[in-house]
Design a protein around this ligand. Structure first.
Ligand code: GAF
Length: 401
């Protein structure tokens, strides 16, 4: 282990301790009791965008940005939660699962409590204190990290447990049914199953995954455009609907087709004239993106950042032109990144319409990359981008003293 790495790990460990201690003290003031502390990570997706709800493949990494939850059981069947980020409290009765929470932060906590009960986990009442350190609206999956941290804390406080895959499904259900977002399963799976130093390659149909070590001499770097356009949620649901239309039409021709995952580019070309033009392009993105995930796995395993970088650039072009989920700010960040020497490739990551890009950068070129992106983006937009090094972390767990 290099000295620099050892230093980083030490400072990360002490930051974690400080974070947990601060929350414990805050909980004591708020509820007058001792708490256990849990944390779940945000994520960045390396490649495989808008493929999860098409039962395809994704390659996310859990990041070292967390949602923290302090929790202790209550004597009744109520869940009380206080959010440090919003300075607000919310509560529910576990006997009444008819929640009306859409578009409120508490949907991601109380919705999970309801979803746990609906899935047969007889959790008891609990007091929770929540502090999110995953930037909101940045496409780094702050909502799934809240859901998974809260779900895990509620289970543990009741002396119950569920497998990571079951917890991911319960949290996805909460987001679909209580927060009103028709998201796929990627974000909840990586928040549950992430692993330090590894990316996951996940099959979103079977939920089987494998761990892939990251490059030894190239770094993934996340740049936050600092914008999130308002129409993002509506457009996300519209893209899902386009994919469902394609699946329905193609399944009439090919009875084995259950999702775009089952369609090859050759099949798509054969039946192209049956699909509306935009639906054809959406399908071409999904099908080609699934193939890129498989190629990216090969590039990671061979230690071939050049090929991985080319796949990132192709993915961005496909998301921009065929899936139409990019925006001016993301295109600009990608363009700036790809013009810097030592950058293998770059693309938008997450749902789109703002949020972040992911770039693959030769380790020795990261300093230059950071300053060139920051300057170029600020000069063009007046906004300073936040830039994060990707340090792959573990999925949800208790932060022990
Ligand atoms: C959002 C969703 F929550 C994920 O399920 C996934 O579809 C992603 O957008 C796009 O790949 O993060």
């Amino acid at each position: 282990m290099t000295e620099e790495l050892a230093g980083n790990e030490l400072s990360t460990a002490s930051l974690v301790q400080r974070e947990a201690q601060g929350l414990r003290e805050q909980f004591q003031k708020l509820y007058g009791a001792e708490a256990r502390i849990f944390r779940a990570p945000g994520r960045v997706n390396l490649i495989g965008e808008h493929t999860d709800y098409n039962e395809g493949f994704v390659m996310p990494v859990a990041m070292d940005l967390y949602t923290w939850v302090a929790a202790a059981p209550r004597g009744d069947a109520r869940v009380h939660v206080y959010s440090q980020n919003f300075g607000e409290r919310a509560e529910m009765d576990l006997q009444d699962l008819h929640l009306r929470l859409r578009r409120h932060w508490s949907a991601y906590v109380l919705g999970v409590a309801a979803s746990l009960r609906m899935c047969g986990a007889e959790i008891g009442g609990a007091n929770l204190l929540l502090e999110g350190k995953v930037p909101m609206g940045a496409g780094l999956s702050s909502s799934a990290s809240v859901e998974v941290a809260a779900g895990y804390a509620l289970l543990e406080s009741s002396g119950l447990s569920r497998s990571p895959v079951e917890l991911a499904k319960i949290c996805q259900r909460a987001e679909n049914e209580f927060a009103g977002a028709r998201c796929g399963i990627m974000d909840q799976m990586i928040a549950c199953c992430g692993r330090t130093n590894y990316a996951l390659i996940l099959d979103c149909r079977t939920l089987e995954f494998r761990l892939l070590p990251l490059f030894a001499d190239a770094q993934f770097v996340v740049c936050n455009s600092m914008v999130k356009h308002d129409h993002a949620a509506g457009e996300y649901n519209a893209r899902r609907a386009d994919c469902e239309t394609a699946t329905r039409i193609l399944a009439e021709q090919m009875p084995g087709v259950r999702a775009l995952r089952d369609v090859s580019l050759g099949d798509l070309e054969r039946y192209a004239q049956l699909l509306p033009e935009a639906v054809y392009r959406r399908s071409r993105h999904v099908i080609s993106e699934n193939a890129r995930v498989e190629d990216a796995r090969g590039a990671l395993e061979r230690g071939d950042p050049e090929s991985f970088g080319r796949l990132l650039r192709e993915s961005h072009r496909s998301l921009k032109e065929d899936y139409e989920v990019s925006c001016m700010e993301l295109d600009l960040l990608v363009e700036i990144a790809c013009g810097i020497s030592g950058v293998y490739g770059s693309r938008m990551t997450g749902g789109g319409f703002g949020g972040c890009t992911i770039s693959l950068v030769r380790s020795g070129a990261v300093g230059e990359f950071r300053s060139a992106v920051a300057q170029g983006y600020e000069r063009a937009t007046g906004r300073k981008p936040d830039i994060y090094m990707v340090r792959a972390s573990d999925g949800v767990r208790e932060a022990l003293e």
